[in-house]
Design a protein around this ligand. Structure first.
Ligand code: NAD
Ligand code: TDX
Length: 356
């Protein structure tokens, strides 16, 4: 059994679905179901005895202790976080609470649980912390890509809170010996991503004939990775990563925001032509994000050479799969946009949990 936190969010849910599809051991999925948590994403594993969902908060120490004692996981994979930079600018408090205090609470519960395990289980236990490349700060056009030894220079409330959580994880290893692994990944895209992030927002808006809001000049660079490749990297690090190490994860796909939006428009023009003309007519430059980092780029050589991981998707194949997924799943999108996805717990889970 592994404990996954944040497994109803974009990456966590993709990870749980991939894990269970691979016939992996059971998953205990703890998620607070904030606006970003969506049980509808997990509908295909509803009723699967290998998937046990718990609606709860990583800041709840007593709940964490109960779950660890009852289920005795051999690993914790920690995705739960507030994850959207724009939201962190408008309301940083939730980011400090979940990303810093939540990670602290989880580390403390994990430490108490791990230190009481019998010797063999204690050695095999892992705490894998899922983090971001944004902790490293912003690169100039000619700077080398981020390696694992790059100094931390977080610039947004989101990245500062993730940087703080990375430091806590590091300290819990150095001070207490907790067997941790940290991954710092570049921008993800793929199925089930909440349409507040660049790629799904642009797809959903383009399909609705709404403006495509590009911040500033649109020349900021992000390094894109298909979510399934992030999940395979996490599985690799969990299985073979060296305790206490950090692994950068990325697919060597540096692309400007404007190029991303143009490639989405071209794909939509091909797959869902619009009588009014190319979707690119909807591109609108809007006021820039405050403190907007200019460029991120991941040097992924460590995970590639040391653990033999490689992404399966190129950007061209991954983005086509993603656009096709949004075209094929209008109900998921509509329920997210209307807010109906939030009723899913009430309709499908709460009654059954109460009867368990
Ligand atoms: P997301 O916002 O889609 O999902 C986060 C999940 O965490 C949601 O299901 C939410 O309900 C849950 N959650 C939030 N607060 C919680 C709390 N206090 N207790 C329990 N659950 C809580 O995020 P995501 O994009 O899937 O990102 C997952 C992780 O990966 C985060 O740690 C993020 O920092 C990291 N990451 C994301 C990206 C990316 O491009 N999205 C890239 C690198 C790293
Ligand atoms: O409407 C938009 N217009 C726009 O130009 C949005 C939502 C974004 N952007 C720009 C801002 C960024 O340069 O697109 C780029 C990507 O933006 P986001 O999708 O918000 O991602 P980013 O800020 O790069 O952070 C993401 O990647 C790293 C995730 O949200 C983080 O959780 C992850 O850690």
């Amino acid at each position: 059994m592994i404990l996954v936190t944040g497994g109803a969010g974009f990456i966590g849910a993709n990870f749980v679905l991939d894990w269970l599809a691979g016939g992996g051991e059971p998953v205990l999925n703890l998620d607070a179901l904030t606006y970003a948590g969506n049980l509808e994403t997990l509908a295909s594993v509803d009723g699967d005895p290998a998937h046990r969902f718990v609606h709860g908060d990583i800041c709840d120490r007593a709940l964490l202790e109960r779950l660890l004692a009852a289920h005795r996981p051999r690993a914790i994979v920690h995705f739960a976080a507030e994850s959207h930079v724009d939201r962190s600018i408008h309301g940083p408090g939730a980011f400090v609470r979940t990303n810093v205090e939540g990670t602290f609470t989880l580390l403390e519960a994990a430490r108490a649980y791990w230190s009481a395990l019998p010797q063999g289980e204690r050695e095999a236990f892992r705490f894998l912390h899922v983090s971001t490349d944004e902790v490293y700060g912003s690169l100039g056009p000619d700077d080398p890509a981020f390696t694992e030894t790059k100094t931390y220079e977080p610039n947004s409330p989101y990245s500062a809170s993730k940087a703080a959580s990375d430091h806590l994880v590091r300290a819990w290893h150095h001070t207490y010996g907790l067997p941790v692994l940290t991954t710092n990944c570049s921008n993800n895209y793929g199925p089930f991503q909440f349409p507040e992030k660049l790629i799904p927002l642009m797809i959903v808006n383009a399909l609705a004939g709404k403006p495509l809001p590009v911040y500033g000049d649109g020349l900021n660079v992000r390094d894109w990775l298909y979510v399934g490749d992030h999940c395979s990297a996490i599985r690799t690090v969990l299985a073979r990563g060296r305790v206490g190490e950090t692994y950068n994860i990325g697919g060597w796909n540096e692309i400007t925001n404007l190029d991303i939006v143009h490639s989405l428009c071209a794909l939509l023009d091909e797959l869902r032509p619009d009588a009014a003309g190319s979707h690119a007519r909807l591109i609108t430059h809007v006021t820039d994000r405050p403190g907007h980092d200019r460029r991120y780029a991941i040097d992924a050589r460590k995970i590639e050479h040391e653990l033999g991981w490689k992404p399966a998707q190129t950007f061209a194949t991954g983005i086509r799969k993603t656009v096709q997924w949004y075209l094929d799943n209008p109900r998921w999108v509509a329920n997210v946009q209307s807010g109906a996805y939030r009723d899913w717990v009430a309709r499908n889970y709460a009654a059954r949990e109460a009867g368990r």
